[in-house]
Each structure stands twice: as C-alpha cells, then as structure tokens.
Design a protein around this ligand. Sequence first.
Ligand code: HEC
Length: 171
Amino acid sequence: MDSKKIDSTRIGLLLAICLIIVGCSENQPEERLPVETTYNTSLNVQQVMNLVLEPASDILWDSAGWVMDAAGYEDLYPTTDEGWEYVRAQAAVVVEAGNMLALPGRAEDEDAWMIYSQGLSEAGILAMAAAGAQNEEDFFQAGAQLYSVCTACHQAYSPDINTRFADSTAD
Ligand code: HEC
C-alpha cells in the first residue's frame, strides 16, 4: 500500500519534471536515448584522418624545423604573432581530434586505442603551449611526439598506413 503510494508520487513527480523540460510538447521522448546516439559519428575514422587530423598536423609539421631548397636553408617556424596563433589553433584541432577518435561509435576498443587517442591530445596540448610561448625547440619536440603517436596507432590498427606515410613524407 505504502510503496504503491510512493511509486505514484514518484511517477507524478517525474512526469511533472518531464513536462517542464519538454515544455508540454506533444511528442515527448518515451525514455532517454542511449548516450551513443547523442554523438554524430557519421564520419568514419578514415574521414576524420583525412579531413580533420591530417590537415591540422601537416600545418604543424610544416611549421617546425628547417628545409633546404635552391635558395638555401629556410626557417619554417612562424615569424609573427599571427603565425604562431594560427599554428596554435591547428594544435587545438589535434587536441580535439584525440577526443573525436575516442568517441563511442568510433573508438575501436577501450584499451590501446584510448591510450593513443589521449596521446594525440597530449601532444596537441604540448604544441599549443609551445606555440603560445613561441618556443621553437618545444614546438619541434611536440611535433616529433605527435608523429610518434600517429605511427604507433597505425602500427597497431592499420599497419599498411605507415608504409604509405613514410613514402609520402620522404620526398
Ligand atoms: C587512435 C589511432 C590513430 C591515431 C592516433 C592516428 N591514426 Fe591515422 N588512422 C587510424 C586508422 C585505424 C586508420 C585506417 C582508417 C581506415 O582506412 O579505415 C588511419 C588512417 C590514416 C590515414 C589514411 C587515410 C586513408 O585515406 O586511407 C592518414 C593519412 C592518417 N591516418 C593520418 C594520421 C595522422 C597524421 C595522425 C597523427 C597526427 C594519425 N593518423 C593518428 C588510426 C589512428
């Protein structure tokens, strides 16, 4: 008798809260959606790589170190505040790409995949800090750390990528 009373009070309370939340809308959701469906993971891992992570990382790597060309040595580091802010923003994309890869529906497992995804974010944070401080040496190191995370994850989950990677960065 008592517990029935509590149940109906509870249900009444829940209903009241629901009504407040949905603003008396007609199509109230019957129950909460599973967490996974609240993320839009329609881009697959390959698309996240090609469209989000690689473009941002390439800008970081192209902004660190030196190259030798016909004109001699060229310093690749940004030379203006705006230039450093730009690479800092690309590093922020890398930080968030780590989270994107770790999302349910995209992560391949709960173990090594998560460690590599976090490693991506950590390298991105280092690159952001170095860019913020305009510290060339730290920025270079962050880029190297980033590269090692990419290759480690590819080695584990898609080994043929590293061969292609090495080919395209060799020239
Ligand atoms: C958490 C694991 C992981 C990390 C970290 C990671 N990748 Fe990947 N990457 C993958 C997987 C898995 C594939 C294969 C995707 C497929 O083809 O389905 C891939 C594929 C790629 C490809 C090939 C895409 C294609 O068109 O076949 C590129 C380019 C790439 N990654 C770039 C990068 C770069 C650059 C980084 C580091 C900045 C990086 N990845 C870090 C897991 C990772």
